[in-house]
Design a protein around this ligand. Structure first.
Ligand code: ATP
Ligand code: LTN
Length: 337
């Protein structure tokens, strides 16, 4: 059905919980485009994970399509990668159930994302939120991914995925590849512009805290101007004492490829105002071509529909193979197909 190579397999996912942020871009999505040249890559819009938080059905459907179009607009090539919606490949849920039976309540209770999200959504601490890491483990193990490119906040989820895989392999013999996190050296944790001790997040209710990939240039400039900096002046990299300006330096470094030390040297005589404009300009220029491609793609419904259909078919083919193997190892009665 499709060419399979000896290349290492990359798998990653992103939630369609809103427009992708500068944090998603630098920490994850941008790297996905780089990896597609060297690896066999699968990138999934994890719509089922997004349901752990209440979504408005009409808005949610739009957000799912937008997420896929944005991935394409950043340069992911549907010929080189498998791009698809998680909900279109039911084997993710099937494997997730099986893995639930090899995961302990204690380990899930220690997940910091669960603790954070439970605090943020105290009125809706649902079982899905608790079980989120097991579905994520299923996403990854279903394809025997070698590497998982994510931002630093997902490290703990990759650790539990590894633990589940090792536990299963110890019980039933080598079944799953034990994956490794692939976290960028620079930009793995972009912070909020309003609260630089919090990570930038697409579901932050304060729109000024976040740069979205579809923000117009004037909006980006305005948000940068408002970004919280520190009481003293000086473009100095010190994440502890000067988290605001250090975050902006980190953003600039990730976008230009310059080190923070170089930026500190080059900008030592600048005031905060000019520096903020320089960072805004770099973001605007980075997003300009992506936004143009996005506008064209959004109109091309037929192309998008084809990518979605092909992606699901190619992913299902691979998923079924692993799931059948797992079912057999566990001792479930075989089903003729
Ligand atoms: P939400 O606010 O809905 O929880 P999110 O913005 O945290 O969403 P996810 O869909 O959970 O985004 O994450 C997608 C990818 O982006 C993950 O690999 C994650 O590690 C990465 N990522 C998210 N936020 C940041 C950030 N601030 N800096 C770097 N990487 C990030
Ligand atoms: N939990 C991830 C999204 C995600 C994911 C995955 C990432 C779901 N399944 C599999 C990598 C691999 C997050 O970014 N919050």
């Amino acid at each position: 059905m499709q060419q399979e190579t000896q290349k290492k397999l990359i798998f990653s996912g992103i939630q369609p919980t809103g427009v992708f942020t500068l944090g998603n871009y630098i920490g994850a999505v941008r790297n996905w485009g780089i990896l597609q040249e060297e690896y066999d890559c699968m990138y999934c819009v994890v719509d089922l994970h997004a349901l752990t938080v209440r979504q408005n059905p009409t808005e949610f459907r739009k957000a799912c399509y937008r997420a896929l179009a944005l991935l394409l607009a950043t340069g992911l090539d549907p010929q080189k990668n498998i791009l698809y919606f998680q909900s279109h490949v039911p084997q993710h849920c099937e494997l997730s159930w099986l893995l639930n039976c090899y995961t302990y309540m204690g380990e899930l209770s220690r997940m910091t994302q669960f603790k954070d999200k439970s605090e943020k959504h105290a009125d809706n601490i649902n079982a899905g939120l608790f079980d989120y890491p097991v579905l994520m483990a299923a996403d990854i193990l279903l394809y025997n991914a070698d590497l998982v490119p994510v931002g630093a906040d997902q490290k703990q989820h990759i650790e539990i995925t590894r633990d589940i895989a090792i536990r299963f392999n110890n019980l039933y013999g080598d079944t799953f590849t034990v994956p490794e996190a692939y976290i960028p050296k620079s930009g793995a944790r972009i912070m909020s512009l309003s609260e630089p001790d919090q990570k930038m997040s697409k579901s932050d209710p304060n729109a000024n805290a976040t740069i979205y990939m579809l923000d117009e240039p004037d909006v980006i400039v305005r948000k940068l101007k408002r970004a919280v900096t520190d009481s003293d002046s000086g473009i100095v990299f010190d994440p502890e004492k000067k988290p605001g300006i250090s975050n902006l330096m980190n953003i600039l470094s990730s976008l230009t490829g310059k080190t923070v030390a170089q930026i500190q040297d080059e900008c030592s005589s600048m005031g905060y105002g000019d520096f903020k404009l320089m960072v805004a300009e770099a973001i605007v220029e980075e997003f300009r071509p992506i936004q143009e491609r996005f506008k064209a793609l959004e109109k091309d419904k037929q192309f998008l529909a084809q990518v979605i259909k092909d992606g699901a078919a190619r992913a299902s083919y691979r998923a079924l193979r692993t799931l059948s193997k797992v079912q057999k190892r566990i001792g479930l009665p075989p089903r003729e197909r």
